[in-house]
Design a protein around this ligand. Sequence first.
Ligand SMILES: Cc1cc2nc3c(=O)[nH]c(=O)nc-3n(C[C@H](O)[C@H](O)[C@H](O)COP(=O)(O)OP(=O)(O)OC[C@H]3O[C@@H](n4cnc5c(N)ncnc54)[C@H](O)[C@@H]3O)c2cc1C
Length: 406
Amino acid sequence: MTRTDHPAGAGTVPRPEVLISGASIAGPALAFWLNRHGYAVTVVEKASTLRGGGYPVDVRGTALEVVRRMGILPRLRDAHIDLRRLTFLEGDGAEVASLHPHHVTGGVTGRDLEVRRGDLADALYAAVRDDVEFVFGDSVAALDQSGHGVDVTFRGGGRRTFAMVFGADGLHSATRETLFGPEERFHHYLGHCFAVFTLPNTFGLSHETVMWNAPGRAAALYAVGDDGDVHAFLNFAHPEPPSDAFRDPEAQRDLLASVFADAGWEVPGLLAALGDADDLFFDAVGQIRMPRWSSGRAALVGDAAYAPSFLTGQGTSLALVGAYMLAGSLARQDHATGFAAYEHGTRAFVTLNQALVGKGGATLFPATPRALAERNDRLRRLTALPSAEQRPAHSALTLPDFTPGT
Ligand SMILES: Cc1cc2nc3c(=O)[nH]c(=O)nc-3n(C[C@H](O)[C@H](O)[C@H](O)COP(=O)(O)OP(=O)(O)OC[C@H]3O[C@@H](n4cnc5c(N)ncnc54)[C@H](O)[C@@H]3O)c2cc1C
């Protein structure tokens, strides 16, 4: 646990103490900017350490300017994965098309970044850890806003009062549940489930992704570097969320085995490797959509408030931009005005990026034989075209300058 109490322009006035729940992307980014704007920040993370985890995430458009202003852009450029090829396969394993990933994602070569999620979390943490108090292995048990601040009871038994509390605790945010009610009210299931896990790279893949499709099913291998492992990814259409499987890894393995039972290509080997994987992550593909992102002295940021799903590739960028906007909006005003300004300045950007989901779904996971055939035709034609244009949604917000004195 570390924090240096330097005043950051607040003179002798004590810095208001605020709490952030979650130390992945949105949490440390928000901590960085709140510290800059004169708050004394504590971050509580339920995991016992900063979570690693190597699946690739994207930093694009407006979010690039956020990381530039944080001073971590050069470090992230060094960590850039530089996936060079995305190859699509037919159900029998025959190649449909092999192209640069930006043809599909709308990314901009030489500018947009793709980094391991753990590398981004490390860079954000390194940028704040000397100025912010981090508490690992604990979480919020109860929030009480009936007094002049937010009285917080921690699961570890501690009690403290904060001027504000922020939920940066992801798609299944406990903060959101406490403030606004059950996840079902805000989670929009997109009709798919997915599983990711790592396995040894015995496929000879390097800096590339290979994706196998059958109608309503997909399997992919991501080789993000040369470190000997690949990320396996299985996605399948399922009319209702398989609620029984979410908390039961054995049920998840059984469901995946039955859905992919007759699949071709390398899928039988992937299912066999699933039995040995100790990092299986299984979830529904969905978005969080909320009419409001704050309640009293508490607000949500990142996936907790507006997860767009990996089909957009914009979850990380929304988390970074949202953190910048939330902290900046609180820089010179009370919490109610600041939270209103955060929503006013950020919601249109979020909505535009969440709307990218249709494009992602149609390209990556066609649900019917006809949709798959049309997608494959499109991909074959794409290889003959120059790289796709950047998606306007990625840069649809121009960051305000919240620097003190401006
Ligand atoms: C398989 C996969 C692939 C993805 N691919 C992409 C991609 O290609 N591009 C992209 O941009 N995005 C991608 N994403 C999405 C991206 O990971 C998220 O949008 C992004 O990490 C959001 O960051 P966050 O900080 O809001 O939430 P999260 O990263 O989910 O972090 C939440 C943090 O809160 C902690 N926490 C949870 N509950 C509590 C609690 N009660 N108390 C304290 N701490 C708690 C968690 O341990 C975690 O550290 C992908 C996600 C997945 C799962």
